[in-house]
Design a binder for this molecule. Structure first.
Ligand code: SF4
Ligand code: SF4
Length: 361
């Protein structure tokens, strides 16, 4: 079975709208190659992701021929009754009567407190009992210790969605390896997000690319990242946020598991990337909705990374100025820390914005 799942978090765009014609072609190519698993969430693209799933998959294929995973926005739930309201709205937006997988979205230390206070697991259990969610679980952005606690508190969950990729495997902040080991110990179905780390592992610093190309000239750079996660024995589904047909063709090959030598080559590559990437931002955009000053945080961090690699501002300064004009400058940060609480990568955003402000003025 092909392990690739189609992530509907970042979709192809044309003139700042979803490119439905291309998306339909991509869905067809994905299904033709044996793909059946689609992943969305209430918050993706402000609800347009769920509606795009309805239009491009649900209305074009028989319901039992594919699976949909959707997610309850845990941090937005103010009372237990809210859960049902969101769930019903999600069913309606997706045009379905049940979800194959329903996850409490983005459990962190903070969100888990909200989740427990409003008894969200009792709600997802109820949906499973009513046949409206075939499997239940949660997506996770926390420490291995927190993961262990949640799995011990809630043995009823069937699956967990973890951030795993070769750069985060041994990282101090994300600790992919340890989270994978905890989930495996509890015998849960393991789903993977960010295998290419928001595109970061699709285009690497020159030295890292040269290393991978010297080892396997015929493999694409992003396929190394997909091969890494699909090689993990306990991983069941790997979500890939694809937005071109070429990415579908590339991600859905029948990959052989990596050899020990190839894994070592990736570990060396990760060292090179870490040394050359100043800010490990995935561009997920979770930080921006609550920023009172409207700072385009991920876009600024992308420019800063390019600046640190080239050492000169050049035309990056123009891009920075355009973004600052449309939103706010990096120096407008009032250090309220709201963004840091929602950053899955646990970045010290306020400090990093100070560096950005210093680089671009
Ligand atoms: S700390 Fe700065 S960047 Fe973060 S939400 Fe507050 S104002 Fe925005
Ligand atoms: S700073 Fe954090 S939350 Fe914001 S886009 Fe980057 S990784 Fe996502």
């Amino acid at each position: 079975m092909n392990k690739t799942g189609f992530g509907f978090m970042r979709l192809p765009q044309k003139e700042e709208k979803i490119d439905f014609s291309l998306l339909c072609q991509m869905v067809d190519a994905f299904i033709k190659r044996g793909g059946t698993y689609f992943d969305t969430a209430y918050i993706y693209l402000d609800g347009e992701s769920e509606e795009a799933l309805k239009k491009t998959v649900v209305e074009r294929y028989p319901r039992e021929s594919f699976q949909i995973a959707d997610k309850l926005p845990s941090w937005r739930i103010k009372s237990h009754e809210d859960c049902q309201r969101y769930f019903d709205e999600q069913l309606r937006r997706c045009g379905v009567t049940y979800f194959d997988v329903y996850l409490v979205h983005s459990l962190t230390e903070e969100n888990y407190k909200v989740c427990e206070k409003t008894d969200q697991f009792a709600f997802v259990r109820k949906m499973k009992a009513e046949g409206k969610a075939r499997q239940i679980g949660f997506s996770f952005h926390g420490s291995p210790e927190l993961l262990e606690q949640i799995l011990a508190d809630h043995p009823e969950v069937d699956c967990v969605l973890l951030q795993i990729n070769y750069l985060d495997w041994d990282s101090v902040s994300v600790q992919s390896r340890r989270c994978y080991e905890v989930a495996a110990k509890y015998g849960k179905r393991i789903l993977v997000m960010e295998p290419v780390k928001g595109g970061t592992l699709a285009k690497l610093p020159e030295k890292a690319e040269a290393l991978l190309r010297s080892f396997r000239p015929d493999w694409s750079i992003p396929s190394w990242a997909i091969r890494f996660v699909t090689s993990l024995e306990k991983v069941d589904i790997v979500l890939s946020g694809m937005n071109t047909l070429e990415q579908i063709y590339d991600n859905m090959q029948a990959f052989e598991p990596l050899t020990q030598e190839e894994r070592e080559c990736l570990a060396q590559t990760a060292d090179i990337i870490r040394a050359g990437t100043a800010i490990q931002c995935t561009g997920c955009d979770y930080c921006t909705p609550n920023c009172p000053t409207g700072i385009p945080i991920p876009q600024f961090f992308k420019l800063f990374n390019e600046y640190s690699q080239s050492g000169e501002a050049g035309n990056l300064q123009e891009q920075y100025d355009a973004l600052a004009d449309a939103g706010s400058k990096a120096s407008a940060c009032i250090e309220c820390s709201q963004c840091e609480q929602s950053c899955p990568q646990k970045l010290e955003i306020t400090n990093l914005l100070k560096l950005t402000a210093r680089a671009f003025g």
